[in-house]
Design a protein around this ligand. Structure first.
Ligand code: BMA
Length: 325
């Protein structure tokens, strides 16, 4: 490997070699979707969810929209990262401060290991959407903290370590509805409570992302920079199309874009991505990266209905980015 992932070893990473040639350096799991919409008795759909390696196996926080169409977060466990058991009851948050408001809705979770615990970020109902923040150490007890930012904001994603002494949170300021705009910013904090020193990162550039962009999985540290998979939305004559692409951010100043891949990596084209509650959506919320092999496995929501997996290898991906930036 010429480009190295700086991070944990995940020897049991869920993985499947490419089964057939693909245009993109990212290929889909042949048995997608891995999580059906009705895996738990009350779920209308399970998608846009976060998984992470945990105690030699895997754990996660799942967006389960209920058959009452509530947007809820549920915890889940898996031995192999493919087959999941999801709690039937939503996460019951422990409030360290009783004044923190109970969220009326929660969606699009991300889970990131930072220092000593698993941090959870999601889009939280707080007089409009904003970035909810919580943590767990064991995927049994979940602690609810203050919202990181004011409304309106979405797609909050923490970096997995402090950079130059600050925790970093990527986000996408928005409005109260289905935001018809959106650019990515990074905010900084010393304590995960007070966020400031906001820096602008990037705006839509290519046609596939021309309406708005937003963060995806937690950034992956590599020897070349922070690898970010971001989603981008095209407004077609038939509605929104959600694809995702890759960008490399500067290691020391991640608000500086080093390389931005012009074509998307994955766009809706399989039936389970094109047909569902919201057609034509591929929406990544988690990526597992194995430092030993350079393999990366991405969890992504499909058509706001089910969850799929896709795979890439760091060298192949970087070569594609280099050729296409
Ligand atoms: C976004 C979010 C995502 C969803 C997408 C497509 O605004 O709500 O959760 O996947 O729209 O509906």
């Amino acid at each position: 490997m010429s480009v190295k992932i700086i991070g944990r070893s995940i020897p049991n990473l869920p993985w499947e070699d490419r089964q057939a040639p693909t245009q993109s350096p990212v290929w889909r799991y042949s048995k997608n979707p891995i999580i059906p919409r009705d895996l738990i008795p009350t779920s209308n759909s399970i998608f846009n969810s976060a998984a992470i390696d945990f105690e030699g196996a895997f754990a996660g926080v799942f967006r389960c929209d209920s058959t009452r169409r509530q947007m809820l977060l549920h915890a889940g466990r898996s031995k192999d990262g493919f087959n999941w058991e999801i709690e039937h009851e939503p996460i019951q948050w422990i409030k360290d401060d009783p004044e923190v408001e109970d969220p009326p809705y929660l969606y699009d979770p991300r889970v990131v290991w930072v220092e000593d615990r698993y941090w959870i970020q999601w889009c939280n109902g707080f007089h409009g959407p904003t970035i909810g923040l919580g943590y767990t150490k064991d995927f049994k007890e979940f602690h609810l903290l203050e919202n990181a930012l004011l409304p309106h904001n979405r797609n909050g994603v923490l970096f997995p370590r402090k950079v130059n002494g600050s925790y970093l949170l990527m986000s996408r300021p928005s409005d109260n509805g289905h935001t018809p705009f959106g650019e990515i910013f990074i905010s900084q904090s010393h304590d995960m409570i007070h966020w400031g020193r906001h820096r602008w990162v990037m705006r839509p550039q290519e046609a596939w992302e021309s309406l708005k962009i937003g963060g995806g999985p937690a950034p992956i540290e590599t020897t070349e920079g922070w690898l970010v998979f971001h989603h981008g939305v095209l407004l077609s004559c038939n509605g929104y199309v959600y694809s995702f692409g890759a960008t490399l951010l500067d290691l020391e100043k991640p608000w500086i874009v080093r390389k931005r891949c012009k074509p998307y990596l994955i766009n809706p084209r399989e039936t389970y991505e094109c047909v569902g509650d919201v057609p034509n959506v591929t929406f990544p919320c988690a990526a597992l990266a194995d430092a030993d092999t350079g393999r990366i496995t991405i969890y992504y929501g499909c058509a706001d209905t089910v969850t799929g997996l896709c795979f890439t290898q760091i060298d192949e991906l970087m070569e594609f980015v280099d050729k296409n930036c």
